[in-house]
Design a protein around this ligand. Structure first.
Ligand SMILES: [Zn+2]
Length: 457
């Protein structure tokens, strides 16, 4: 570690975070750095101990859980291990948002310590919940552990590429600037991505020489694709992609543009840092000291390796508890040991948002990876978005150049029909641009059909 990294780690960050009220950050990060190497059994015991603490706390301080447990004849002693979680109901965004400010609020935390938070989701229904500085500090610690896992240390230059800059010190612009300066953080706006802007970004990246480049998968994929087309390359060791499905084709395209750098996929959502890839690129390690992950289909847990919805229990959150929270993403879990030696379980598959999947008329969930690669081969298509409006009706929005032909049109419809079934109807709509979601994501696939397991309360 360089002298500058040491200075940040041992002086600036402890003092700065304590002054700002985030003193839990470094101790929690140090605990995570150590426990990732524990055995799976030790990590499970830590989870169980934290779970017992959480359940005892919400039984005393959160009326919602007091009432549910009383109705079910449960006392905190009935929830001893992660297996006992099934005695409690699955909740989702609707439940949390409806009750976070009354029965789901932790009565032991004074009002003036609660921080209101919303998910950045582009959907009409946003998640609303309470958090605290202590909880946020632990969330950042989880995030920084992933960054360290992909080779970052404090003080290394890094670049974020998103719609709005992320600053820890909102409302204190000067402190925020200082934070960026000290951490050597640069930001590129994903708002406008014309050829001129992208050419300037390439120059910026060459000058800044970041060790880490973090972006929504689709945003950096778009940049990488344009760089590859223009024969441009910038070496960046680690590219951290977040926010949505990363297909094998997207990974290849990004690694080509930033060679010899590697892509590491990171998974989070609704304010949680859930999982990330290690240097083995063989699934995503779960932040198991902070979250219990269950994989559920139709309300029941499924065996390791099978796809289902991701249901999370945040072991460090009580302001608004997240206990068996269905985030409506689709993944499979693995408890096989990873070659890196970390004892953290992994998500062996991560298929992304349930609404990014299509459902066929016989009820199968269809992952849409192959279509991203397919469109890359249709050279007249500059951008696309596919929306499943009904089980048998697909709307395909296309931005095309003037080489687009009837043969291209037939090829697109036939490819989709092969997967979706012969009775599927298609409509092609030609547009000038595909709108970017409010947070800067480019969504390639949207299903308006799949609903998933609803909340049980
Ligand atoms: Zn690993």
């Amino acid at each position: 570690m360089s002298a500058y990294s040491q200075f940040l780690r041992h002086v600036v960050i402890p003092v700065g975070s304590r002054l700002a009220g985030y003193g839990d950050f470094l101790p929690y990060l140090e605990a995570l750095e150590a426990s990732q190497w524990w055995s799976p059994q030790q990590i499970r015991e830590l989870q169980n101990a934290k779970l017992r603490r959480l359940i005892a706390h919400v039984y005393e301080n959160v009326p919602f859980y007091r009432q549910i447990m009383d109705e079910r004849g449960l006392t905190p002693g009935d929830i001893q291990t992660t297996d006992d979680l099934v005695k409690l109901p699955i909740v989702d965004k609707k439940t949390i948002t409806a009750h976070y400010d009354d029965t789901l609020r932790d009565r032991s935390i004074p009002r003036n310590q609660l921080i209101h938070a919303t998910s950045s989701g582009s959907t009409a229904e946003r998640l609303h919940y309470w958090t605290t500085k202590a909880q946020k500090a632990k969330k950042w610690a989880g995030l920084f552990r992933w960054w360290e896992m992909v080779g970052y240390t404090f003080g290394d230059p890094y670049v974020t590429f998103q719609l709005a800059p992320n600053q820890g010190f909102k409302g204190w612009p000067l402190v925020g600037k200082l934070e960026w300066l000290l951490l050597r953080h640069h930001w590129l706006s994903a708002q406008e991505m014309t050829d001129e802007v992208l050419a300037r970004y390439v120059e910026n990246l060459k000058a800044w020489k970041p060790k880490l480049f973090r972006s929504y998968a689709s945003t950096v994929y778009y940049l990488a694709r344009r760089m590859n087309e223009a024969g441009l390359q910038v070496p960046i060791p680690s590219i951290l992609t977040t926010g949505e499905t990363l297909t094998p084709h997207m990974r290849e395209t990004i690694e080509q543009a930033f060679a010899p750098g590697r892509v590491f996929n990171e998974y989070g959502g609704d304010g949680m840092q859930i999982a990330a890839e290690c240097e083995m690129h063989d699934g995503l390690h779960i932040n198991a000291e902070t979250y219990i992950v269950e994989i559920v289909k139709d309300g029941e847990r499924v065996p390791d390796g099978e796809l289902g919805e991701v249901v999370l229990t945040n072991l460090e959150a009580t302001a608004t508890p997240f206990i068996r929270y269905n985030i409506h993403d689709v993944a499979a879990i693995s408890h096989e040991p990873c070659a890196c030696g970390r004892g953290l379980p992994r998500l062996s598959h991560l298929e992304g948002r349930l609404t990014d999947m299509f459902v066929t008329s016989d009820g199968h969930w269809l992952t849409v990876h192959q279509f991203t690669a397919f469109f890359a081969k249709v050279h007249s298509v500059r951008a696309f978005q596919v929306i499943q409006k009904e089980v048998d009706f697909i709307l395909i929005k296309l931005v095309v150049d003037d080489t687009f032909s009837d043969a291209d049109r037939r090829r697109i419809v036939e490819t989709f029909r092969n997967y979706m079934g012969p009775n599927t109807r298609f409509e092609l709509e030609f547009v000038d641009a595909i709108p970017v979601s409010p947070v800067g994501k480019r969504r390639f696939f949207i299903s308006e059909v799949i609903q998933g397991t609803p909340s049980e309360v």
